[in-house]
Design a protein. Structure first.
Length: 210
């Protein structure tokens, strides 16, 4: 296989998410300790709390909608953005102490710089080939074509086991301008798949290029 083709596949795979399809997110969570003491009830009528709303995240080249409870996280220079469900409740003891959060990442790449990658389907096949080589036992549950913001898109659902933890991943590939391809990697635990599947597709379909 051409070395540039391999480099493209592996690079895009890594940028789709740390630890490939599992995409483990490590974070140091610190919360201020609550202060004790009695707080008297106010005689004034309580104001109704404003209802939380989803967030439209505006980046240089695209916009995407984050559901309530999701927030952008720190990412490396090569990944355009990472977001996590910061309200997710996870049994860390079950995960061996790993601080994981259901998440997604966004990456774009120019296909014209890679040999044998002529279109988006070549890109999809390349990533799938690399996943098979890098993650023994990975399973591709489904692959469907669709559209996002009027652009051709491919949705790939897969399952993998990493560090003895079972993950569910949705990879979404979106055709950009010229030879550009955008990739969104959604990652959650196998046990949480039914809780997040609709949210993943909803977030993906909110993606819009400027």
């Amino acid at each position: 296989m051409n070395s540039k083709f391999i480099t493209f596949a592996v690079t895009l795979l890594i940028l789709l998410g740390i630890a490939a399809a599992g995409f483990l997110v490590y974070r140091n969570l610190t919360k201020p300790a609550a202060e004790g003491g009695y707080v008297p009830e106010s005689s004034e009528p309580q104001k109704e709390e404003p209802q939380e709303q989803e967030t439209i995240l505006v980046k240089n080249d695209f916009t995407i909608v984050l559901p309530v409870g999701w927030q952008e996280a720190i990412s490396n220079a090569d990944v355009l953005m990472v977001a996590i469900d910061d309200r997710e409740e996870i049994d860390r003891a079950k995960l061996g102490g790993i601080d994981f959060r259901t998440n997604f990442s966004v990456k774009a790449d120019d296909m014209s710089q890679y040999n044998k990658v002529q279109n988006m389907q070549d890109c999809v096949n390349s990533v799938k080939t690399s996943l098979i080589q890098m993650i023994p036992g990975i399973q591709f549950a489904s692959e469907e074509e669709g559209t996002i913001d009027g652009r051709p898109a491919v949705f790939v659902e897969c399952r993998s086991t990493q560090q003895n933890i079972n993950f569910e991943t949705l990879l979404v590939f979106i055709e950009g301008n010229y030879d550009e391809v955008w990739a969104i990697s959604f990652n959650t635990l196998e046990d949480s798949r039914t809780n997040y599947r609709d949210a993943f597709y909803q977030i993906a379909r909110s993606f819009k290029l400027k």
